[in-house]
Design a binder for this molecule. Structure first.
Ligand code: PLP
Length: 394
């Protein structure tokens, strides 16, 4: 009989030739347990998604409770469903006034797609500016603004009028003109290995966009829900989005995203044409219930406040001659190593030693550290010791 691994590799579409093939049995806290009962400490959180760790009773109860009431009842935006409107209200209460209207999607990519459409509809312009090395999703609109040609070439032609600029290069902001509908930007660049903003880059974008009446679409798909030590990244870095995109961590392990704007802006999708953006499952009530429970917990606990303390602990315990630098912010950290062979060996060997680490999309010499916000100080030290032990033997 075929093993689970054989079936997985033969019948399930693959994205990468060498998946780790960890066969999950169940999860608990900040650990994943495989079918042999081996425990893996999770320093990846399903790529910044499992904000409150795994099988967190807060999320499990919210999901079960909603499951008992109702699941899908109607396409998005028709019926009044309490998990949706309560989440929209709580988000609005914790955002600036001009971000008071939430459109729920199924994923981050769809949030970006919706935001790009809204910017075009609002400005009557089609040009979108994005940064080299940015990642905003994998559908054709989001791919058009991906800052990595290697991943785009095979899928051209993509959207016209998408212009690339250089992240952290103030000079390249001259490309933002009164022809530009929007700039799409991440507060911390994810796929290129957690590159943080410098030289007042984000502040200068705000100034430039104000002059040219260009909208700022802030991609906080990976930074939202506390990962940088503030509920949203724009609170850490001084930038004021017109449209905010969130996903990943907002679902605490469930699939949900959103783009958020002012009521006046968002209302444009209701007319000319009506149904300007539609989705069947966007804002699924179970996922909204999970996201609402997660948000309430983040607001009521010290988890976000503790992020910077945990970052310091990681930085303190990740000193080793083979680690060139630690980049990033909060619980979004990148270990920069000497070369890509060492990076690959570190991920593979850490797995054998019961620690989940993971790669970046565009840089091969760095390893991501994005644990659940619930990671404990003991777990941080334990994981860092595994990393140092592996590097010591290289
Ligand atoms: C910054 C950023 N934008 C967009 C996306 C796409 O989100 P999703 O995979 O939920 O479609 C991701 C996912 O990794 C991301 O990190």
């Amino acid at each position: 009989m075929d093993t689970a691994k054989e079936i997985f590799k033969r019948h399930q579409a693959q994205t990468f030739p060498y998946p780790s093939c960890l066969e999950v049995k169940f999860t608990k806290g900040n650990y994943i347990i495989d079918v042999d009962g081996k425990e893996y400490l999770d320093f990846t959180a399903g790529v910044s998604a499992c904000t409150l760790g795994h099988s967190n009773p807060i999320i499990t109860e919210a999901v079960k409770d909603q499951l008992d009431k109702y699941t899908h009842v109607m396409v998005y935006g028709e019926y009044i469903q309490s998990p949706q409107y309560k989440l929209a209200k709580l988000l609005a209460e914790n955002l600036p006034k001009k971000l008071d209207t939430v459109y729920f999607t199924n994923s981050g990519t769809e949030a970006i797609e919706g935001a790009m459409k809204l910017a075009k509809r609002a400005t009557g312009r089609s040009e979108i500016i994005y940064c080299k090395n940015s990642y905003h999703g994998s559908t054709q609109g989001a791919l058009s603004i991906m800052g990595n040609e290697e991943h785009k070439t095979a899928f051209r032609p993509l959207l016209p009028n998408c212009k690339e600029i250089i992240y952290n290069d103030i000079n390249s902001l001259k490309n933002i003109t009164n022809k530009t509908a929007a700039i799409v930007i991440e507060p911390v660049q994810g796929a290129s290995g957690f590159v943080t903003p410098k030289n007042e880059f984000l502040e200068r974008i705000t100034e430039k966009c104000k002059k040219s009446q260009t909208l700022i679409i802030l991609d906080e798909i990976q930074t939202c829900y506390g990962r940088l030590g503030s509920l949203f990244g724009f609170e850490t870095y001084n930038i004021k989005p017109d449209i905010l995109c969130i996903a990943k961590g907002m679902g605490a392990g469930m699939p949900i995203g959103a783009f958020i704007a002012s009521w006046e802006l968002m209302n444009l999708l209701t007319f000319k044409p009506s149904l300007g953006h539609i989705t069947t499952f966007g804002g699924h009530p179970i996922n909204c219930a999970a996201s609402l429970a997660c948000l309430k917990h983040l607001l009521d606990s010290n988890l976000i406040k503790d992020v910077s303390k945990k970052e310091r602990l990681f930085r303190k315990h990740l000193t080793h001659p083979k680690i060139k630098s630690i980049r990033g912010k909060g619980l979004m950290l990148a270990i920069e190593l000497e070369d890509e062979i060492l990076a690959k060996e570190l991920v593979e060997e850490s797995m054998k030693k019961g620690l989940v680490l993971f790669y970046f999309l565009f840089t091969k010499t760095a390893i991501r550290i994005t644990p659940p916000l619930t990671i404990s100080e003991n777990e941080i030290v334990k994981g860092c010791n595994i990393i140092k032990q592996i590097l010591e033997n290289k």
